[in-house]
Ligand binder design. Structure first.
Ligand code: PMV
Length: 322
């Protein structure tokens, strides 16, 4: 049996601003997508089977060159990038994921990276991480138009990363820190359209620079300060910066009431800081908490209030994906 894994991610600082070449900090999550290939010679090409509780597209899907489905388009594109064709495969691909499906946690990148790793393993291509990230970026464009590249980078490399969108090569630095930060992820389960949200932020910046340039400058300051604080393990101050970052995201118009409510709920229940994570407009938020008791309490309060919630941690220095 051949498998490929891609990790979900959370952006701690700098979503949206990262599209405009401002640095961002993100961490892989212990939530992941796994693709498993089973050879089935009775098939002409690929049958996808979604076994996860989340639904990528639909439960069973036969590949065909004419099929317009995103999963089929994605597979065609990824295989082309590897100089392979779907005709080289007669198999079932089983997909499993526990990455939140309504956005903010990088599900599309986790799926794309899991497939790139799967095909690389199947064809013995031995792709390097940078090749996996490069090919996955092409796949991400199918979902998001002009992504910064942070999602596929974190889903590929794992760990805690400093990321700057840059031409020709993005700047990617692992942040090796000794301490661990505890998080709760709150999921609104409201779906968002990242492409539209990114376009709206760009429109605001271009049409009213006098209002938005200072917001972008502050975002840049925050992410630099956060990097230093992460290195010193100063979680109290990191929490405060997360709140400041959330206010900036409200200013550029990507937060919604449910995300603000989850941030308020977290702060009232003892979080050190909280903010939306990812594209906003729905999707997920994160709360940084001082200890496991408060983590548990915020988790259950979110669930009691009708949201989905997950516990996780950030800051391990080792890579998740070896
Ligand atoms: O909502 P997500 O998990 O797809 O994250 C989007 C992050 C943005 O910064 C808004 C877009 C990007 O390409 O970086």
């Amino acid at each position: 049996m051949i498998t490929g894994i891609g990790y979900g991610k959370t952006i701690l600082f700098g979503e949206h601003f990262v599209v405009h070449n401002i640095p961002a900090i993100a961490s892989a999550l212990d939530l992941k997508t796994t693709a498993t290939l089973k050879v089935n010679s009775s098939l002409n090409d690929i049958k996808f089977i979604d076994e996860s509780r989340s639904s990528f597209e639909r439960r069973e899907l036969f590949f065909s060159q004419e099929n317009d489905d995103k999963l089929c388009k994605l597979t065609k594109l990824l295989l082309e990038q590897m100089n392979k064709s779907v005709n080289d495969l007669s198999c079932e691909i089983h997909l499993k994921s526990n990455v939140p499906e309504y956005g903010g946690a990088g599900l599309s990148a986790a799926l794309t990276v899991s497939l790139v790793r799967l095909y690389s393993n199947y064809f013995d291509l031995n792709l390097s991480d940078s090749e996996v990230a490069r090919i996955s970026y092409k796949g991400e464009k199918l979902f998001h138009g002009t992504p910064s590249g942070i999602d596929n980078t974190v889903a590929t490399y794992g760990g805690l990363l400093w990321f700057v969108k840059n031409n020709p090569d993005n700047i990617i630095e692992p942040l090796d820190i000794d301490t661990k930060g505890l998080l709760v992820i709150g999921d609104t389960r409201i779906s968002h359209n990242v492409m539209e949200l990114v376009a709206e932020v760009r429109r605001r910046k271009e049409t009213e620079p006098e209002i938005y340039n200072p917001v972008f400058s502050r975002a840049k300051e925050i992410v630099h300060q956060a990097r230093d604080l992460l290195r010193n393990g100063n979680w109290n101050k990191i929490g405060k910066l997360m709140n400041d970052n959330h206010v900036l995201l409200q200013k550029v118009g990507v937060s919604i009431q449910a995300l603000d409510d989850l941030v308020d709920l977290s702060m009232k229940n003892g979080a050190l800081g909280a903010k939306l994570t990812g594209g906003g407009g729905g999707g997920c938020m994160i709360a940084l908490v001082p200890n496991e008791k408060i983590q548990e309490n915020i988790l259950s309060t979110m669930i009691d209030s009708g949201f989905h919630a997950y516990k996780t941690s950030i800051g391990k220095s080792e890579r998740i994906i070896k």
